[in-house]
Design a protein around this ligand. Sequence first.
Ligand SMILES: *[C@@H]1O[C@H](CO)[C@@H](O)[C@H](O)[C@H]1NC(C)=O
Ligand SMILES: *[C@@H]1O[C@H](CO)[C@@H](O)[C@H](O)[C@H]1NC(C)=O
Ligand SMILES: *[C@@H]1O[C@H](CO)[C@@H](O)[C@H](O)[C@H]1NC(C)=O
Ligand SMILES: *[C@@H]1O[C@H](CO)[C@@H](O)[C@H](O)[C@H]1NC(C)=O
Ligand SMILES: *[C@@H]1O[C@H](CO)[C@@H](O)[C@H](O)[C@H]1NC(C)=O
Ligand SMILES: *[C@@H]1O[C@H](CO)[C@@H](O)[C@H](O)[C@H]1NC(C)=O
Ligand SMILES: *[C@@H]1O[C@H](CO)[C@@H](O)[C@H](O)[C@H]1NC(C)=O
Length: 865
Amino acid sequence: MNRAGEFCVLLCFSFLFSVFFSSLHVVGLDSGELILGCGSAEAGKDADGRSWVSDDKYVVSADSKMAKASFQDPSLPSSFPYMSARVFTSEASYKLPVNAGKRYWLRLHFYPSSYESLDPADAYFSVVAGGVTLLKNFSAYVTAQALTQAYIIKEYSLVSEDSNSLDITFKPSPEHNGAYVFVNGIELVQIPDLFESAQMVGFSDQPVDAKTASLQTMFRLNVGGQYIPPSNDSNLFRTWYDDTPYLDGASAGVTNEANVTVEYNGLPDYVAPLDVYRSARSMGYDKDLNKNYNLTWIFQADANFTYLVRLHFCDYFCTKVNQRVFDIFINNQTAQAAADVIGWSTAKAVPVYKDYAIYVADGKGDEQITVSLHPSVTADPPPEFYDAVLNGIEIFKMSDAAGNLGGPNPQPSEMLLKAEAEASARASAAKAFAPSDSNVKVITLSAGGAAAFGALAAIAVSVYIKKKKVYGTETHTSSWLPISGFSQTNGSKSHTSAASHLSSEAQGLSRRFSLFEIQHATKNFDESNVIGVGGFGKVYKGVIDGTMKVAIKRSNPSSEQGVHEFQTEVEMLSKLRHKHLVSLIGFCEEENEMCLVYDYMARGTMREHIYKGNNPQLPWKQRLELCIGAARGLHYLHTGARYTIIHRDVKTTNILIDENWVAKVSDFGLSKTGPNMDKGHVSTVVKGSFGYLDPEYFRRQQLTEKSDVYSFGVVLFEALCARPALNPKLPKEQVSLADWALHCIRKGVLEDIIDPEVKGKINPECLKKFAETAEKCLADHGAERPHMGDVLWNLEFALQLQESADNGGSSKRSSRGEGSQGSQDFNQVGHPDIHALSIGSEQELIGNTENTNEVSPQIVSQKGR
Ligand SMILES: *[C@@H]1O[C@H](CO)[C@@H](O)[C@H](O)[C@H]1NC(C)=O
Ligand SMILES: *[C@@H]1O[C@H](CO)[C@@H](O)[C@H](O)[C@H]1NC(C)=O
Ligand SMILES: *[C@@H]1O[C@H](CO)[C@@H](O)[C@H](O)[C@H]1NC(C)=O
Ligand SMILES: *[C@@H]1O[C@H](CO)[C@@H](O)[C@H](O)[C@H]1NC(C)=O
Ligand SMILES: *[C@@H]1O[C@H](CO)[C@@H](O)[C@H](O)[C@H]1NC(C)=O
Ligand SMILES: *[C@@H]1O[C@H](CO)[C@@H](O)[C@H](O)[C@H]1NC(C)=O
Ligand SMILES: *[C@@H]1O[C@H](CO)[C@@H](O)[C@H](O)[C@H]1NC(C)=O
């Protein structure tokens, strides 16, 4: 009997299944999906191994062009479908086969690039599909710029009307002169009915019917878990992102994974893949802490729309009802009181989801959706644990009464716009003399998947105070820093404006901590936890989330400079992730406290391991490895990130070492994006540390990445000679290490100043290479200094020389004779062999020498030049 029942279910299911697929076959859709690479004559595969076919058969247009992108951004996952596009200069459409009455995903892919030498900034258009306006006055260029993404994917879920075809109409915006349309990829995937009706939050008697609604996916997160690529979704090719960028740092709770088998018990598996249910975020183990905070996620939203918020749950710890009971708030209103996952699912490790609808009105230009969980403390009888749990969130925008889903383009921040202009100027300058881009290294930035569906963080418009520059009378303020309308120094900031100093984008990429958490981590800023003091303030060690060691930099609340550097550092660091850069974990900005939270670097600064401190002095090879690590970090800052970033304060105390002896560059408080290659430099106030300052920089106040190269040269000599960059106790000519080292090299007596600890142990060839490299870094003119990439290459070569000598056992004591022989090359100071540099001649880029800004005389005399 039981058997028979099972069999019937199986049979019925496979019958339905075959009907589902065979009916698709009739209308020419293989396996229920149509994946079109627009403007491409051939088919091709993407990074996930999915095939994209030509869109030729489906275009309905008199004038359409197939075009290739001129440049492949390194962050593109694959050339398909982004490197080719269909371009229309007048209204055009696609006619795609569908099954009447069925629901589909429609995904549109856009890679704003120059097609047919059209300016990507001119592509403004609207898209209407099946009578629903998907996009209005859409600019993929502006959107990508605002989100600092190379490409944009928009996902919609539509129900086809009664017809067997879906018309997608693209129309250039009449308001914009010379507007045109481009599209790189169109995906149409038939899906089961995913939506029913949802309860309107705050109105118990107002269900919202989503069954036939047209929706746009705004966010789809695997809460407490990892990024899930389309190929690992349960057959619907959805992408699930990590939730951390959306957490309100008031506290992030704890993440955990199922230690039991999660089973869909009646829930169709297409609702979400198992990976979503196998990982979760809960509040933590401290009952008292849990009672005092909300586990909150924040999402930016377009105003005047209703949103469907789908929460996925799976409790794999509790087994009974009333063990873990919590309240769910959406936009501060109770969406669900006393939620009990086991009560819903009836068993442990069984998934369940709930839908809620919320209307986002036009507020102050900062529209958002917040989802908060809090343990039910009023439940009677009280639950066994004061805790809450969530496994996944999806947020969909519902079309309005006029059948519209289009929102405004997000607005790029001032800082981004400026950096973008600089980057493109730089790119075109570089193109002019770069032989080919064949050996361009691709470094991918993990942006934490923050840029989910091209709807996001940067939508909120920040207020900027902009000091206008008057040519010739530069005021040297960092006019590009986004600053909120509130002034930190006035100390009258209200709580609601917390973190308003930061662009919402930066906030989105790093975790926001509450002051309470920071105080908890540092034992209320206990002096015994201080591990360093800098210009910014004190640095404390601390522990967050129970076990994670962090370094917390607390700013001096009274310093205005601190505010600027705080902003810079969060903006910069939140976008940068590299093995040789100290990672920013998050920040706290509350009640006039500004704190930055970093990875804890167990072994402290590089300086401590060379000459200052109680540590044994490092052997030469290890010093060399640290220098190489730091050079990698700097090289990445200069070239790997989306914009050139100049560190401006390279020194041995800003090179930190983790427990595995990996050197990491830290302290970006002074960093600047640039340089503007139109002028070849960034004009700015002189900042940095004495002893490391590029002489050209304060002669002309022009900052290029070569200023970092100079400072790094000083770091190299510090590693070799084990003495500070500046030692006022020494005779006058020896005070500055840079000057003294160059002097010794010219005289051929560099050996005399090498750290006795390593002196006899350096292979002479290695020493020669190393000293030569360091010397070139200290060249008087930036244009004569090598690029960081060349420095890195030379140091690696020096290490090889050392290693092969060590291994061959032929390591000779370096004799004075060999040293002076090497110094032959060193005598060419001021005329370094520029052929040795890959992009040697930058002379033409550094034009303007008429910068007459006065230089602080104090600094000049300090330098003693
Ligand atoms: C996707 O699934 C495959 C096979 O199950 C697995 O090996 C891979 O790690 C998954 N990828 C991600 C990013 O989860
Ligand atoms: C998983 O469960 C088993 C037995 O129930 C237990 O021994 C093991 O420690 C658990 N593992 C984790 C990581 O909790
Ligand atoms: C929202 O609707 C109101 C009233 O119709 C309108 O004034 C406002 O401009 C709309 N806001 C947006 C962002 O479209
Ligand atoms: C919810 O409350 C918080 C704190 O009171 C406030 O900052 C936020 O703007 C509110 N959100 C909405 C959508 O009203
Ligand atoms: C949690 O959020 C709700 C709704 O915004 C609010 O009423 C409540 O005070 C918050 N609780 C805590 C402890 O912050
Ligand atoms: C179109 O979008 C651009 C960029 O966001 C905006 O500046 C412009 O005002 C919009 N035009 C219309 C007619 O909405
Ligand atoms: C706020 O700052 C401005 C400019 O620094 C100053 O003139 C003003 O007096 C300050 N206001 C208060 C309330 O401190």
